[in-house]
Design a protein around this ligand. Sequence first.
Ligand code: RB5
Length: 150
Amino acid sequence: MQKIAIASDHGGIELKEDIKIFLKEKGFDVLDMGTNGNESVDYPDYGVPLSEKVSQAKLEKGILICGTGIGMSIVANKFPNVRAALVSDVYSARMAKEHNDANILVIGGRVAGKGLAREMVRAWLEAKFEGGRHQKRLDKIKEIEKGMKR
Ligand code: RB5
């Protein structure tokens, strides 16, 4: 069973719960990394643990949700090996995998409705990284992470 992690702050919890149902229906083993209530929390407290797992290859992929998705995407992209894509349309969600090999999908819980969010998750999960010229570009990003290029 393919494993996937999901985390949100209070701005994304409602969508997180719905996406969890969707992922389970699709046969995923879902690791819920919080938050688990409606009280106001700080998105880095939930974005960091998930991003760390992906960064360290303890998990292949994850989904992060906050109100806009902006905070979570800023957090996630601080981590080496993480390619987090904030999406609000299905085309970008598919491209996030095909061209960018995004290993974290970020959604704004106050931006995207549940139907759109499910379709974006589906598009990202079903897409395949195309490699080739896109791999060359990811290699250049890896060089930035290594501190070899400024
Ligand atoms: C929380 O109110 C909100 O700022 C947060 O969910 C997110 O949108 C930040 O980027």
